[in-house]
Write a protein that binds this ligand. Structure first.
Ligand SMILES: C[S@@+](CC[C@H](N)C(=O)[O-])C[C@H]1O[C@@H](n2cnc3c(N)ncnc32)[C@H](O)[C@@H]1O
Length: 263
């Protein structure tokens, strides 16, 4: 640790931490929590805002072959399959994939699931029309490896849709008075004590990668993509003004969506 720990998160400069990518075992501790949050629809951000943003590209399209990379318990795969896409999900957490398969067995939608690492995908070149990464690539120490893999398994002209916490706002300048840019412009790991969703705490801590926005965009270009779109999903000005839940829970831009085209 190079900085005094803040109340809600710790920052670790990654130079001294060679590979801090979360391991499947670490995710295993939070798997039941995650399954509960998703299957019981407990995350208002997803329900009211982010699912729609993440799935917008697919609206009105049919029959795309889609990979959900870091699919968790697979709810986005199910939504995509229901709207007519051939969907596969991959996640390195066996418990989450088991939960996804249980759902598939209960109500078959033809979704295929695999346990595997998104840095080393078990798919042939040019297999997919689109790849979705919802809050997953930013859990890696080295997202470039996953981006090269995404580029390899996407067809030319295929789309990558990545969604994660907004890198311009994932660090709080007030916590880092005078030294904020020294963190903003570096690769750092942010560790939080737990996920807190609708008052429910996850049993285990979690970490994610902070890179500056320009660094993310550069990575995309270096791995064979052209940037197509950036979105900062928000509930809209009237809602932010008038809805107390959003006023309390959306005090800064929280999310970014980056859409890129495989060259
Ligand atoms: C925050 S959860 C999001 C899950 C899902 N995309 C969703 O939106 O519900 C992050 C997921 O990424 C998975 N993950 C993290 N690193 C991974 C890796 N290297 N390979 C495959 N999955 C990974 C975790 O197991 C976890 O399911």
């Amino acid at each position: 640790m190079e900085n005094k720990p803040e109340k809600s998160y710790q920052i670790i400069k990654t130079g001294s931490h060679k590979d801090w990518t979360q391991k499947p075992a670490e995710w295993q501790a939070n798997a039941d929590f995650w399954i509960k949050i998703i299957t019981e629809n407990l995350d208002p951000f997803r329900l009211k805002l982010t699912n729609k943003a993440v799935l917008e590209f697919f609206k009105g399209k049919k029959n795309l072959s889609v990979l959900d990379a870091g699919c968790g318990e697979g709810y986005l795969c199910r939504q995509l399959a229901k709207s007519g896409h051939k969907t596969q999900g991959i996640d390195f957490n066996p418990k989450l994939i088991e939960a996804a398969l249980r759902e598939e067995n209960k109500k078959p939608l033809g979704v295929k699931y695999a346990v595997g690492d998104i840095k080393k995908l078990p798919y042939k070149n040019a297999s997919f029309d689109a790849i979705l990464s919802n809050h997953s690539i930013n859990e890696l120490d080295d997202p470039k490896k996953a981006l090269f893999e995404f580029s390899r398994v996407l067809k030319r002209g295929g789309r990558l849709i990545m969604f994660f916490l907004h890198p311009c706002f994932d660090l709080n300048p007030n916590d880092l008075k005078g030294i904020f840019p020294q963190y903003y412009f570096q690769k750092v790991k942010i560790t939080r004590e737990c996920y807190l969703v609708s008052g429910i705490r996850s049993p285990s801590a979690y970490s994610y990668l902070h890179l500056s926005l320009s660094e993310w965009l550069e990575l995309i270009e270096k791995t064979g993509f052209s940037l197509e779109k950036i979105k900062e999903p928000h509930p809209g000005i009237p809602v932010m003004k008038n809805d107390e839940w959003w006023r309390i829970n959306f005090q800064k831009p929280l999310f970014i969506l980056i859409q890129a085209r495989k060259n």
